[in-house]
Design a binder for this molecule. Structure first.
Ligand SMILES: NC(=O)c1ccc[n+]([C@@H]2O[C@H](COP(=O)([O-])OP(=O)(O)OC[C@H]3O[C@@H](n4cnc5c(N)ncnc54)[C@H](O)[C@@H]3O)[C@@H](O)[C@H]2O)c1
Length: 450
């Protein structure tokens, strides 16, 4: 849609951009929508989504519950790929991009996209606190004619539970008064190789009209939109995608263990299998799985199956293996020290890279945190170096800072954990014992594979 220029008080220029205006006046929805799209939740996924819409010439409102996050975005202090950084720099000086903490502003947008975190708690039970709050906000401020798209990964039936039914209780019927759909995000933070707009979006609507309207909203920036017959199909598609990854990662980790026992280099095996042009997809073994998706999303499925007393033994086992992988990495550190021979208690162990994946600053669910904690619990003296992560807080509350010069740490053992592109290993000395959980991606001669 085309939009009228946004009116109202604008944000003051800051050193790097504009500060978010937290009390902006609501341009009355009675005059029609003044924005194409509003994004609720401007995190690793929501901010790039908002910027993709902005880059596609849409008028965008970004809503976040965290004032600190809004200020960080306004100051450009965010962990985004270079394309998004450039987009943010121009967005902050453009009236078509506005940040707010005021949920009432949502009624000014023709479409509302919900993009808040869906983690699991320490018992692997879905934590729907943020999603419930964000959907409640969307429902409270829903306006006739609006499109509302849930994009957070979640269980099957969630869009009905948190949007369609509450909207109906407000007298807004999906497909008639408002248009409700589910379309999971597939963005790969830190990966500059795949532009967000070329990632196909899968969309399912509460009704065919919902699907059509929501597909048009997504087509505002996405080049490919794939419609599926229902909300449940779209919700389940995301769960299949991420469960597929989880199961295959668990499998390739098991192959890595088997290959070590049989004295075979698993990376050669994977590379060779990947020459098969069909029916094989290469996965890389590692010290565990982190981030906000793979360690969490399959638990949304397992959780909802428990209600129906339904079992999914293969997924359950894969998730058990994934959860146990950092602990097995700690065991390998202990074994390698014992071979020297050296007790883990008092040994100095240095972890290289603590982000959950290369080239991001995100440590959510990172195996490194569990490994560091596990080593600390065993009495090791731990340290880490990561150019993207200045400090980390472990489960027991201890805060570690990235070492400025790892040479001074004088480690008994180095664990290669996250292969950032800018990892500097020039400080490694010949003969230094190195356990390689990156399986060759940091290319250290004589490193022992995990
Ligand atoms: N991070 C990924 O790689 C990735 C990839 C694809 C899909 N996803 C999915 O996308 C969703 C969002 O993940 P993320 O990584 O962007 O999360 P995030 O934690 O990076 O960001 C979420 C943002 O939402 C804000 N927020 C929380 N509750 C809010 C509320 N009630 N109202 C307004 N703002 C609120 C937070 O302040 C935060 O800025 C999750 O469901 C996740 O599974 C994530």
């Amino acid at each position: 849609m085309s939009t009228a220029p946004v009116t109202g008080p604008q944000l003051e220029p800051a050193a790097h951009g504009r500060q978010p205006d937290l009390n902006i006046v609501d341009p009355s929805p009675a005059t029609g929508f003044t924005r194409d799209v509003a994004v609720i939740g401007l995190g690793y996924v929501g901010l790039p989504t908002a910027l993709a819409y902005f880059a596609a010439d849409q008028a965008v409102l970004g809503l976040d519950a965290s004032a600190a996050r809004l200020v960080a975005i306004g100051a450009g202090q965010v962990d985004v790929i270079p394309t998004d950084r450039a987009r943010l720099e121009s967005a902050m000086f453009d009236d078509r991009f506005q940040l707010t903490a005021d949920p009432a502003m949502l009624s000014t947008a023709a479409a509302v996209i919900v993009c808040v975190p869906t983690p699991v708690d320490s018992h692997f039970v879905p934590d729907l606190t943020a999603l419930r709050a964000a959907c409640d906000t969307a429902v409270r401020h829903a306006t006739p004619g609006q499109v509302i798209v849930l994009t957070s990964t979640t269980y099957v039936g969630c869009t009905i539970d948190l949007l369609v039914e509450p909207l109906a209780r407000r007298g807004l019927r999906a497909g008639e008064d408002v248009f409700v759909a589910f379309s999971a995000e597939r963005i790969d933070p830190g990966n500059s190789g795949t532009a967000q707009e070329v990632l196909p979006r899968v969309i399912g609507g509460a009704t065919p009209a919902c699907a059509e309207r929501a597909a048009a909203t997504l087509a505002g920036y996405a080049e490919h939109v794939h419609q599926v017959p229902s909300l449940a199909t779209a919700e389940m598609t995301k769960l299949l995608e991420n469960t597929f990854r989880a199961v295959n990662i668990a499998l390739v980790n098991e192959f890595a263990d088997i290959c070590r026992t049989l004295d075979i280099d698993v990376t050669h095996v994977i590379e060779a299998a990947a020459t098969k042009p069909y029916g094989f997809m290469a996965f890389t073994p590692g010290p565990g799985v982190g981030g906000h998706c793979i360690p969490c999303d399959p638990h949304y499925l397992l959780w909802q199956l428990r209600k129906d007393r339904t079992d999914a033994p293969m997924i359950t086992e894969a998730m058990r293996q994934i959860a146990g992988r950092p602990g097995r990495t700690v065991d390998r550190v202990r074994e390698m020290l014992a071979e020297r021979p050296m007790a883990v208690k008092g040994a100095r162990v240095l972890v290289v890279g603590v982000a959950y994946k290369p080239d991001v600053a995100d440590v959510r669910e990172s195996p490194a945190l569990e490994i560091l904690q596990g080593l600390r619990d065993l009495g090791a003296a731990i340290g880490y170096v990561d150019p993207h992560v200045p400090e980390v807080r472990l489960r027991d509350g201890v805060v570690l800072k990235s070492l400025v010069d790892p040479r001074w740490f004088n480690p008994a053992l180095v664990l290669l954990h996250t292969p950032h592109a800018d990892t500097d290993l020039s400080w490694l000395t010949p003969g230094q014992p190195v356990l390689d959980a990156t399986f060759g991606r940091l290319d250290v001669a004589d490193a022992v594979a995990l």
